[in-house]
Design a protein around this ligand. Structure first.
Ligand SMILES: *[C@@H]1O[C@H](CO)[C@@H](O)[C@H](O)[C@H]1NC(C)=O
Ligand SMILES: *[C@@H]1O[C@H](CO)[C@@H](O)[C@H](O)[C@H]1NC(C)=O
Ligand SMILES: *[C@@H]1O[C@H](CO)[C@@H](O)[C@H](O)[C@H]1NC(C)=O
Ligand SMILES: *[C@@H]1O[C@H](CO)[C@@H](O)[C@H](O)[C@H]1NC(C)=O
Ligand SMILES: *[C@@H]1O[C@H](CO)[C@@H](O)[C@H](O)[C@H]1NC(C)=O
Ligand SMILES: *[C@@H]1O[C@H](CO)[C@@H](O)[C@H](O)[C@H]1NC(C)=O
Ligand SMILES: *[C@@H]1O[C@H](CO)[C@@H](O)[C@H](O)[C@H]1NC(C)=O
Ligand SMILES: *[C@@H]1O[C@H](CO)[C@@H](O)[C@H](O)[C@H]1NC(C)=O
Ligand SMILES: *[C@@H]1O[C@H](CO)[C@@H](O)[C@H](O)[C@H]1NC(C)=O
Ligand SMILES: *[C@@H]1O[C@H](CO)[C@@H](O)[C@H](O)[C@H]1NC(C)=O
Length: 311
């Protein structure tokens, strides 16, 4: 009797569990599924993103690169197209700090994992037109120039920090094996989220102001850039403007959207393929371009492009 009712309870639980799973796990479309890869390959992929953002922040704020801060930490072709951005002193110091922090993050990657310095630096293209293309701002007159004004800089730095580092880590942290490795990537992800919050906060303070020399408000710009990034990513609305319709606002109760999130205001997540589609600016993970004209270095990117080579 006892074992029979036990079996019944187990069956009931199984039935209940499978309904719960069916109800809460939506089918993920193929283009939104992660690449099956191990911890080291994912951290190696991350290193490319951290190198990219670090070089951009250091070069645009201070005119220096990673090699000037940490000789021998990275090696590869010199990034092209970067120039000093027009920033006020306090902002310049903050952006430089973010760049330096990312150099520290790279040092930690070398310390914690079996990846060794010099980390390979992929070709990077920081030409103003690259950002304008990715963010659907290339039709503007005069041409949108990330280096030409502080607000223009914020409008680029904001999606860069979230789409490249924060959202990728929100996706992969649960699949990272090993406590030191988990602490490493969590620390990098939370630091990136804070950097993202800084840029959102600076933009939100001027949300209804037009961005010189244009007649477009900051709110409208953030809607355009978020929409552009989402269209490249091909996996739904993850980047969001600073003023949104109620269904995108926290708890469906506010149109103020300083910090974007999913329906429960959790950090959005992006897989490596989504990230590649955005940083390539092509909407195609296997067709490099944009900020990474030759694609990132490493095992994971090779896994993404291998099926192409076979066919
Ligand atoms: C870059 O940073 C160094 C160290 O603080 C400083 O001496 C130099 O003036 C900075 N360069 C620019 C262009 O801000
Ligand atoms: C900004 O920094 C530059 C170079 O360090 C300095 O010459 C200038 O006086 C500073 N401007 C302000 C407003 O503090
Ligand atoms: C390297 O990692 C060890 C722990 O594994 C830590 O004690 C040490 O402070 C780290 N060194 C640097 C330079 O990050
Ligand atoms: C990394 O990529 C760059 C081009 O983006 C290439 O020159 C370099 O050889 C690559 N390094 C490795 C180790 O694959
Ligand atoms: C860098 O981007 C600019 C602007 O899109 C483009 O004209 C140039 O060919 C790119 N350079 C490389 C090496 O990809
Ligand atoms: C910006 O404008 C919206 C209406 O378009 C308004 O609700 C909001 O309070 C304004 N925000 C600021 C910071 O002025
Ligand atoms: C790009 O921006 C223009 C406005 O400049 C808009 O009409 C168009 O729909 C946008 N395209 C995409 C793909 O977001
Ligand atoms: C952009 O604004 C439109 C119109 O308010 C809205 O429907 C859309 O959800 C916004 N998109 C993003 C990504 O913020
Ligand atoms: C907010 O609206 C969305 C649909 O737009 C819904 O899925 C979600 O449950 C709503 N959230 C709350 C807290 O009402
Ligand atoms: C992506 O780019 C690759 C290489 O250029 C190409 O073979 C493939 O057809 C493209 N995929 C799509 C969906 O456009």
């Amino acid at each position: 009797m006892a074992s029979r009712s036990c079996l019944y309870v187990v069956l009931l639980l199984l039935a209940f569990q499978s309904t719960v799973i069916k109800a809460t796990v939506p089918v993920v479309p193929p283009q939104c599924r992660p690449v099956p890869a191990g911890t080291l390959a994912r951290i190696e992929f991350l290193a490319n993103l951290v190198i990219g953002v670090a070089e951009f922040f250091l070069r645009s704020s201070n005119g220096t690169g990673i090699e000037d801060i940490a000789p021998g930490l990275v090696q590869g072709p010199v990034p092209i197209g970067a120039t000093l951005a027009t920033l006020d002193n306090a902002t310049r110091a903050a952006v430089r700090q973010f760049g330096l922090a990312l150099v520290g993050n790279l040092r930690a990657i070398v310390n914690v994992t079996s990846l060794r310095a010099p980390l390979p630096r992929p070709q990077l293209n920081f030409t103003a037109g690259v950002f304008a293309n990715i963010l659907n701002l290339s039709a503007l007159t005069p041409p949108f120039n990330v280096y030409g004004g502080q607000t223009q800089f914020f409008l680029v730095a904001e999606p860069l920090t979230s789409s490249l580092i924060q959202y990728y880590l929100a996706q992969v942290i649960p699949s990272i094996a090993g406590i030191p490795q988990q602490q490493l990537v969590t620390g990098i992800g939370l630091n990136a989220a804070a950097q993202h919050g800084y840029f959102r906060t600076r933009l939100n303070a001027i949300v209804n102001i037009t961005v010189p020399p244009y007649t477009i408000t900051v709110a409208s710009f953030t809607n355009t850039t978020a929409t552009a990034v989402n269209l490249l990513g091909l996996c739904g609305v993850k980047n969001e403007g600073l003023i949104v319709p109620l269904p995108l606002g926290a708890e469906n109760r506010t149109t103020t959207n300083v910090i974007p999130g999913d329906v429960n205001s959790l950090s959005p997540r992006r897989t490596e393929r989504e990230t590649l589609r955005i940083l390539h600016g092509t909407g195609n993970a296997t067709r490099p371009g944009g900020i990474f004209p030759s694609g990132p270095n490493g095992t994971l990117y090779r896994l993404v492009i291998v099926p192409l080579r076979l066919s």
